[in-house]
Write a protein that binds this ligand. Structure first.
Ligand code: G3P
Ligand code: CA
Length: 226
């Protein structure tokens, strides 16, 4: 079972910062998940639409300038990182799982990944995921080589048929809704099952026994040392 550091290692360091990414790498994660927005055609890494929870700024991220975002403290003096900075920091030491959060991210994200693929990085270095399944469709339409993960919350009606139509590589369940029967039905379609966000040791054990392929955690050491 792979260990995915959630927003880096947000149980230890400010989420979605380079400090958090480095902590996750130091803990030996297999993958790092981060959240992506487009601000003035710059891809930046932050979770909320509103800046106030994770930075000393205010307002909606997509209504602010890139220069303003870069002037903010995202925790412990860290800047809001660009996606490029995150990828360069990871530098193939782990899979980068980019979650498309904001609008108009798809084209720029695909172009960036394609640039890395041309430089010798491989498909397995990236996974693009989103709750916005139209965006996932768009990713595969532009570049079928890119791996995609269909994020779901709850249990959407006929989600497996959607997963197949979208040609995703994995279905990503919320912990509260996943069961061993669901895991088996996804595996039968030759798709992987990832589960978010799992911090409790008893949940980690149960999901491992059920054959889940990867879990997102805020505390990677709880999976890696398991
Ligand atoms: O990708 C898994 C998880 O990060 C999705 O939920 O709200 O933490 O972005 P959220
Ligand atoms: Ca996320």
């Amino acid at each position: 079972m792979l260990c995915i550091g959630h927003r880096g290692a947000m149980g230890h360091e400010p989420e979605n910062t380079l400090l958090s990414i480095r902590k996750a790498l130091a803990l030996g994660v297999d993958a790092i998940e981060i959240d992506v927005y487009n601000v003035e055609d710059n891809l930046v890494v932050i979770h909320d639409r509103d800046l106030s929870r994770t930075t000393n700024g205010t307002g909606y991220i997509e209504e602010r300038s890139f220069a303003y975002l870069r002037s903010l403290d995202a925790g412990k003096g860290e800047q809001i990182p660009t996606l490029l900075e995150v990828i360069e920091t990871v530098n193939r030491q782990a899979i980068v799982n980019l979650e498309l959060k904001g609008s108009n991210t798809t084209k720029l994200v695909v172009e960036l990944i394609q640039r890395y693929l041309k430089q010798g990085w491989v498909e397995e270095d990236f996974v693009v995921s989103s709750f916005n399944h139209y965006e996932l469709h768009q990713v595969k339409a532009i570049c079928p080589r890119i791996k995609t993960g269909m994020l779901i919350y709850g249990l959407p009606w006929e989600y497996l048929a959607t997963a197949q139509k979208l040609q995703v590589d994995m279905v990503i369940f919320n912990l509260d809704f996943v069961t061993s029967e669901l895991i088996n039905s996804v595996h039968q379609q030759n798709l992987l099952v990832w589960v978010y966000t799992v911090d409790r040791p008893d949940d980690i054990e149960r999901l491992k026994a059920w054959g889940v392929d990867a879990i997102f955690t805020n505390y990677p050491e709880r999976i890696i040392l398991n």
